[in-house]
Design a protein around this ligand. Structure first.
Ligand code: ZN
Length: 268
């Protein structure tokens, strides 16, 4: 008999009080399947597949962003590609922030998961609105200074969204069964997050001083901070891509195990 609150892996029904060799009264999944803790390899494989696909889409749309952004500088035609890539990246974020159908993990990272999802939605909507306003000529009277501030605010919001995503990745990595891999992923996400905060702060200080009209001497002193922030961001972008690559592999591995265990007829 199950003595404590235990959600069914497929439908989140509380299995407390049921026999371990019985079945979930709600969805018919064997109770035994829900007794392995919160490791992803015992989760519903459809859910793990969504995580894996979402991380893969994030990886490829981040990679595509650089050439697309460069092309957009050359021709206005490519600005539409920038929008399309933002939507693809939103689709990726939406998938990797899907909740576990069993409700597992929510108590530890539900807030980071939802915050990640909605900051991606918010940023994409603002991007589309800005691009639309630009194209319809609504922003033609805006001073270059204000337009620059808009761009910077958007970049800052994007960095914040990635910081929150990393917080959520760290918790998600804890559900990877391979202990060494789980620790490595968490450690890498934590380090990237720490350096992103440092880069973001020096970026804000340097840009803030310029916007506030600081003296030439102060600005000259801030140049190294700005260069440091930009270089750090480039390095962190590469590290982030490498992390999503490893996370995608770890999730594919969990998904394979989940599919194998989920399809065992003796147990299901
Ligand atoms: Zn169930």
């Amino acid at each position: 008999m199950i003595a404590q609150d235990t959600p069914c892996r497929r439908c989140a029904y509380n299995l407390r009080g049921l026999s371990a060799d019985g079945r979930c009264p709600e969805c018919g999944t064997s109770v035994a399947r829900s007794l392995y803790g919160d490791a992803l390899r015992y989760s519903d494989p459809t859910f793990v597949a969504k995580l894996r696909l979402g991380v893969a889409i994030t990886l490829w749309s981040t990679l595509a962003a650089v050439p697309i952004e460069l092309a957009a500088q050359v021709s206005a035609l490519f600005a539409l590609l920038v929008m399309a890539n933002s939507l693809v990246s939103l689709a990726g974020a939406w998938l990797f922030t899907e909740p576990d159908p069993s409700g597992l993990g929510e108590e530890r990272y539900g807030r980071a998961r939802r915050l990640t999802r909605w900051s991606f939605v918010g940023i994409t909507l603002v991007e589309i609105a800005l691009e639309g306003a630009r194209r319809s000529g609504l922003l033609s009277n805006v001073s270059p200074r204000l337009a620059g501030a808009q761009e910077l605010a958007l970049v800052g919001a994007g960095i914040l969204a990635i910081i929150v995503s990393l917080l959520y990745f760290e918790r998600l990595a804890e559900r990877v069964s391979d202990r060494a891999m789980s620790l490595r992923l968490g450690d890498r996400a934590r380090r990237i997050r720490g350096w992103l905060i440092v880069a973001l702060v020096s970026f804000v200080i340097a840009e803030g001083a310029r916007a506030a009209g600081a003296g030439r001497l102060i600005l000259a002193a801030l140049v190294p901070a700005l260069i440091f922030a930009l270089l750090t961001l480039v390095v962190l972008c590469v590290r982030f891509l490498m992390l999503t690559w490893s996370l995608r592999q770890a999730l594919a591995n969990e998904e394979r195990h989940a599919r194998a265990s989920w399809s065992q007829p003796a147990d299901d």
